[in-house]
Ligand binder design. Structure first.
Ligand SMILES: C[S@@+](CC[C@H](N)C(=O)[O-])C[C@H]1O[C@@H](n2cnc3c(N)ncnc32)[C@H](O)[C@@H]1O
Length: 415
């Protein structure tokens, strides 16, 4: 662990004023992280029972009696909680990994890291810089795919954990913007998109590093990938990039701007890539003329919607939007990568009218969805849900330009 003798101290570092209480806290966090990674910390972690929030008080008391200080006890239990949560992202491997709370939130799940790695391998990369590696989730996936990884992380605790989580990567604790980057044929950048209070940062220019800075760094390498928010606007994208929106089990996770790997846009759904038909990353999505709503309504996977792949999906499966620019589609048969709904009724969007229709169709528990209209989904679901009866869905949306509530039932889900 001597690869991380001290936190970086430069103008951009939060640790530049060594005497501030904040820096005292940072030094303490680093000392506790080192302890957790050492034999004593690992022995404590190994002896903890599976995490249950109800046990925390009793376990804290036990650890304190065993001689741990308050920070050590709290950190061991936090890590135990994060490892339990992280099984969703890393499977069994999570039980031996090291996380900070922020690092965990920002970490790429292993299946998606494997997709990133596969893109680099397919493009012929051998040595990748992981710029801002966090706790090392992408670095781990890159090394598992056989890539040689030079990882850089400015947060000293995250850097220590990255070295433990991705032992085959060479991790350096430094501000990558103030350091000469090593030679590599590819660079991976995953800018931090959360503020210190945990809130998401919407503006790409306020990400750390800012998107424009990430792009200029990326352009210095033959191959590059930049993870971005999936809601990024097309006009913010460089035209000569290939942009991939990634979803798993219907959940949109991220988008990646690839440089040196062609141009266009695609959705990657549970590992399967669907090209949107766009020739450049920034061109507008193709418009499809709407059609009257039939007995079936489809909601495409969000990665298809974001990548602008609706026109291609409609063309391939004989579908059309229920209103101009709305990603609720209608057609004869259930297409792949879409949630499907059997339409029971279409009514004006007034609670009384909708409730009457739900009752007439024997629907109690009601899920609410919306597109192209202002509705408080949670409040409306509460208002419309009744006891007993079947499960149903009310979709608020324009239908051929008129705001409507579509009363429906889920049919086969093909996510
Ligand atoms: C979103 S996280 C990376 C998560 C990582 N890809 C993973 O899957 O675990 C972004 C990280 O970049 C680091 N970072 C931001 N600017 C940096 C810089 N100039 N130099 C080094 N690291 C930086 C942050 O400290 C943060 O840990």
């Amino acid at each position: 662990m001597d690869a991380f003798p001290s936190p970086p101290r430069d103008a951009d570092s939060p640790l530049s004023d060594a005497d501030s209480p904040r820096n005292a806290r940072a030094s303490r966090n680093l000392a506790v992280a080192r302890w957790l990674l050492g034999d004593a910390g690992r022995a404590v972690l190994a002896a903890l029972p599976p995490y249950r929030s109800d046990d925390v008080f009793a376990l804290t008391a036990r650890l304190r009696r065993e001689g741990l200080d308050a920070d050590q006890a709290a950190s061991a239990l936090t890590l135990s909680r994060l490892r339990a949560r992280a099984a969703a992202k890393f499977g069994e491997r999570a039980g031996a990994m090291f996380f900070t709370a922020d690092g965990y939130e920002q970490a790429t799940r292993l299946s998606v890291g494997a997709l990133h790695a596969a893109r680099f391998v397919e493009a012929g990369a051998r040595r990748v810089i992981d710029f801002g590696c966090g706790i090392g989730a992408d670095s781990l996936a890159f090394t598992l795919a056989g890539l040689d990884v030079a990882a850089i992380e400015s947060d000293p605790v995250a850097a220590l954990y990255a070295a433990a989580n991705a032992p085959k990567a060479k991790v350096t604790c430094a501000n990558g913007l103030a350091t000469e980057l090593p030679d590599a044929d590819a660079i991976w950048l995953d800018p931090a998109r959360r503020a210190e209070d945990g809130r998401r940062i919407a503006s790409p220019e306020r990400w750390i590093p800012p998107f424009s800075r990430a792009l200029s760094l990326a352009r210095g390498f033959p191959l590059a990938g930049i993870k971005v928010a999936p809601g990024i606007a097309y006009h913010a994208l460089p035209p000569r990039a290939f942009v991939e929106w990634i979803s798993e089990r219907g959940q949109l996770l991220e988008a990646v701007v690839w440089l040196g790997m062609g141009t266009g846009r695609a959705a990657t759904i549970d590992g399967e890539r669907l090209d949107s038909g766009a020739k450049t990353a920034d061109e507008p999505a193709v418009f499809v003329a709407p059609r009257p709503l039939g007995p079936l309504l489809f909601e495409p996977d969000p990665a298809i919607v974001r990548s602008g792949g609706i026109a291609r999906l409609c063309e391939k499966h004989g579908l059309a939007p229920v209103s101009e620019g709305i990603a609720y589609l209608t057609g004869e048969a259930v297409p792949p990568h879409c949630a499907a709904f059997e339409v029971l009724d279409v009514v004006v969007p007034e609670a009384k009218r909708i409730k009457r229709s739900l009752a007439a169709h024997g629907i109690g528990r009601t899920e609410v969805k919306k597109r192209g209209t202002e509705v408080d989904v949670a409040a409306m679901a509460k208002k419309l849900s009744g006891r007993g009866g079947d499960a149903g869905v009310v979709l608020f949306s324009p239908v051929l330009g008129r705001h409507r509530a579509i009363v429906a039932r889920r049919t086969a889900v093909t996510f």
